[in-house]
Design a protein. Sequence first.
Length: 70
Amino acid sequence: MEYRCKMISFSSLNVSPYGFIMPLCDKCQSRDCTNPIENIETSILGVVKKVKLYNRGNNPKVVVECEGFI
């Protein structure tokens, strides 16, 4: 099932009062999600991390809210 999500661009590093904003999908346990989520390796301040980003087209986005998050 494709869930509605609130997303922000991953092209700029997004910072909150609690640190960097990481994708909600990294912690999600939903088994029926069909959103175009991809594992992407990226460097965050020189540290390579694997993150799950919503990627449709050429601009990966960070999911910050999702109806299907478990």
